[in-house]
Design a protein around this ligand. Structure first.
Ligand code: MLT
Ligand code: MN
Ligand code: ZN
Length: 306
């Protein structure tokens, strides 16, 4: 199996258009202490020729141009992207569909509730004769027809930001349903996971991840309240439907005893100090066995095993 990180940042990217936090400042200056990042997406392929894109971000056009695997291979019209899987309805997971409007066939997989966000309005631009919408049920294994299956399973999360009630008390945080899912990619007995949004660790998720070959996991913040502390937003990671890396309930600690081949953070918010190569936070997560995902990171499991 081949995995290609198209984008490793959370919504907004690094740098973010309206942000001058410490990391965005360095990224605008092209300072070597960190590298710029597009919004979170991973492409997966069994044969290196046909790819499924997990999360269609607003940066998709740039991501395709930056990665030769996804360039058209034959004239006049072609794309190696055969399918898109949207694990939630946030802008950074579906807006990229608008980049794929130029009359190219592909399949769109999403749960029914996420699919509903991609129907109507501007999304009507996707030609229904070419774009095959395939609503999927939770825990239903879908054969992509490309040599691997994908199964969506609920992870604690919330509805998309733009669907939230203005009444804070009405917003259900940590809800487990169709709104936010993790994706299990299976090739025979081998399992790989893409989980860009997870508000908290659960015993069920820990059990599921046991024995995974690769985990791409929600690395939104280092500390739950870092956006508040940096004066960027009044929201904690939990309030945004995400998990912090650090702390008693953070991903590093709660997954420490789970047997996982490679653990890689993606969906990393621009506020996260672990993005800086020279930070103590970076050293800490790497010492715990995690990698900080970056755009263009490629993993070929055949090479890894030989
Ligand atoms: C998130 O992960 O919290 C979302 O990307 C928010 C958004 O859609 O901007
Ligand atoms: Mn996001
Ligand atoms: Zn920033």
């Amino acid at each position: 199996m081949q995995f290609l990180i198209l984008g490793s940042a959370a919504g907004g990217g690094l740098p973010q258009w309206n942000c001058l936090c410490e990391n965005c400042r360095l990224a605008y200056r092209r300072d070597g202490r960190l590298t710029a990042r597009t919004q979170c997406s991973v492409a997966v392929s069994a044969d290196g020729e046909n790819w499924v894109v997990l999360s269609a971000t607003p940066d998709l056009r740039q991501q395709i141009i930056s990665n030769p695997e996804l360039h058209p291979k034959c004239a006049p019209r072609h794309s190696p992207i055969k399918a898109v899987f949207a694990p939630n309805g946030d802008i950074d997971n579906i807006a990229g569909l608008l980049v794929m409007r130029e009359m190219q066939p592909f399949a769109l997989f999403a749960t029914r509730s996420v699919m509903a966000h991609t129907e109507g309005g501007v999304f009507g631009v996707l030609n229904a004769d070419l774009v095959q919408r395939r609503p999927i049920a939770l825990d239903e294994s879908v054969d992509t027809g490309l040599g691997f299956t994908i199964t969506a399973f609920a992870t604690p999360g919330k509805i998309p930001l733009y669907m939230e009630s203005r009444n804070e008390a009405e917003i259900e945080l940590g809800a487990e349903g169709e709104s936010t899912v993790g994706l299990e990619i299976r090739d025979g007995d081998r399992r790989f996971y893409y989980i860009p949004s997870c508000a908290r660790m659960t015993d069920a998720l820990r059990k599921r991840l046991e024995g995974a070959e690769i985990l791409f996991f929600d690395g939104t913040t280092f500390e739950d309240d870092e956006m508040i502390r940096q004066g960027l937003s009044p929201k904690t990671a939990w309030r945004m439907g995400h998990m912090a890396m650090n702390g008693e309930r953070g991903s590093v600690r709660t997954l420490a005893d789970v047997d996982i081949g490679q653990r890689i953070f993606v969906h990393i918010n621009n506020s996260n100090p672990a993005l800086r190569h020279d930070s103590a936070e970076r050293r800490q997560v790497e010492a715990a066995g995690w990698r900080i995902g970056h755009d263009g990171l490629r993993i070929d499991t055949a090479e890894a095993r030989s």
